[in-house]
Each structure stands twice: as structure tokens, then as C-alpha cells.
Design a protein around this ligand. Structure first.
Ligand code: MN
Length: 268
């Protein structure tokens, strides 16, 4: 008994007193401001949610940047470099004089100090990344000229601009129901899917869940592929199907597994 008391006393003596200003700072999900990125330094619709702004001697800032399809930064450099963690969708990054590189959810890009570059979404979907940037003398970025459509589009399809290609909705139903195709493109994918209230990854998860529960294998097929592009893993999709077997019915889950097998064949 004595030894237990001594142990407890020793522990309490070792614990440092909590000093004022040492409190952990927890910024809760959904409480941070989401602002439009300034048009002079970006092309297209870009939303910025600051995750951490350095105070005192700190130098590293972190923010989530969400690019609408085709949106991108201007050319720029960072005095101490930058790390980009792609959290959803597929996008593009390029250093001056280098090739345009595809990036997707889970990829991490490090840009060395002083290297001229741009980053943004691909032409067919949104892309979100967390940008971690250290400041030198209070400055994190030097902005340069805008990325032209030619520079942006020169990536993969120099002779057939993406805008000339019919969208998936236009191919699927544009001949029979052009208004529905336009609403699908402009309202559903152009507005709702890009709203900052939910990241694309989470929108994919709820959409896939609804399609599994309603037993809609045709729509589920394309949305499972989109979910993979938005960063939902294969294991997470399988777990979702298993979970929903209990809530939406065994046959729905079995149907979904058949769809998942096909999707995983092209997107493992
Ligand atoms: Mn950058």
C-alpha cells in the first residue's frame, strides 16, 4: 500500500503544471471559413479553407484548396517550397519547362523552394489538396502570370480541347433529353458536387450508399468509378456494401458486389 502511495505521489510531482497559453487549439470540422480564392491569382472557381495560420515564431500554414473542373492557380513560386497532399479528385501540376503531371487523391507533391509551377483540377472533375507552406519573412508565395488555356490544355489533348467533347450526361441522354443533360452538368455536377459543405470524397460515399440501397446497378457502376477517382478506397467500398447488406437488404449488397468486381477490374 505504501509503495502505491509513493508511486502516485511521485507521478503527481512529475506532472508539470498546465501553463496559460498551453491549451490545445481544436478547430472543429465545419466551423472554418471557406472563401473564394482571389481571381487575380487563379483561373476558374477555387475555394480556400485555412486549416492553420501560424502565430508567433511559427512559419508553417496549412489550407485546403478545392478547384472546380479546369480551375488552377497562376504560375508562382514559394520561397521555402510547398507540400501538397491531394485529398480528393484528380488534378494537374507542372513546373516551368516540365511535363504536366496527373495527380490524384492520396498523392503528395513537394515543390522545392523557388521553383516556378502551377497546380489545379483536371478538366473533368474537382480536385482538393491540403497545401502546407512555410513563410520566409512573412511571405509564402510570389505570384506570376496566369496559366493560359494552351499551357493548361497542352497536357494531354493538345488538338481536341476538352470543351469540345460532349459530357457524359450529354452522351447518355443529350439526344433524347437535352435539358436533363444540361441540368445534370450545370446544376448537379457543376454546382452541388462542387459545394464546399462536403468534400467530393464524402459526396461519393453517400451517393454510392444511396445507389446500393436503391439497387440501381447502372448508376452505381459510374459512381463507384467516380468514388475511386475521389479517393474512396476499394476496402472502403467493400465495407460500405457489407454494412448496407444489413440496412438495405442482402440482395442489394450482392448486386453491388457484382458491380464492384467490374469497377475494380479497371480501377483496382
Ligand atoms: Mn504552389
Amino acid at each position: 500500500m505504501k509503495s502505491i502511495c509513493t508511486f502516485a505521489l511521485t507521478l503527481s510531482m512529475l506532472s508539470p503544471a498546465l501553463a496559460a497559453g498551453d491549451d490545445l487549439l481544436i478547430s472543429r470540422a465545419g466551423t472554418r471559413a471557406v472563401n473564394d480564392a482571389p481571381a487575380r491569382n487563379f483561373t476558374g472557381q477555387v475555394k480556400v479553407e485555412m486549416l492553420h495560420t501560424p502565430a508567433g515564431p511559427e512559419r508553417a500554414s496549412a489550407g485546403t484548396v478545392t478547384f472546380s473542373p479546369g480551375a488552377r492557380t497562376a504560375w508562382h513560386t514559394h520561397p521555402l517550397g510547398q507540400t501538397l497532399v491531394v485529398t480528393a479528385g484528380t488534378g494537374r501540376v507542372q513546373r516551368w519547362g516540365g511535363p504536366v503531371e496527373d495527380i490524384r487523391a492520396g498523392d503528395v507533391v513537394h515543390i522545392p523552394a523557388g521553383v516556378k509551377h502551377w497546380h489545379g483540377a483536371g478538366p473533368g472533375g474537382t480536385m482538393s489538396h491540403v497545401a502546407i507552406t512555410e513563410a520566409l519573412d512573412g511571405k509564402t508565395v510570389d505570384w506570376l502570370e496566369q496559366v493560359t488555356d494552351t499551357q493548361y490544355g497542352s497536357a494531354k489533348t493538345p488538338e481536341t480541347p476538352q470543351a469540345a467533347q460532349p459530357s457524359r450526361a450529354q452522351r447518355l441522354m443529350g439526344d433524347v433529353a437535352p435539358k436533363l443533360a444540361q441540368l445534370t452538368d450545370d446544376v448537379l455536377f457543376g454546382d452541388v458536387w462542387t459545394r464546399p459543405g462536403l468534400p467530393p470524397r464524402d459526396r461519393s460515399l453517400v451517393t454510392v450508399s444511396a445507389l446500393i440501397a436503391m439497387n440501381r446497378p447502372d448508376q452505381l457502376r459510374s459512381h463507384m468509378a467516380l468514388a475511386r477517382d475521389n479517393g474512396v478506397t476499394r476496402d472502403e467500398l467493400v465495407e460500405t456494401i457489407t454494412h448496407l447488406a444489413f440496412y438495405s437488404g442482402w440482395p442489394n449488397a450482392v448486386t453491388a458486389i457484382g458491380v464492384a468486381r467490374d469497377v475494380f477490374a479497371s480501377k483496382p
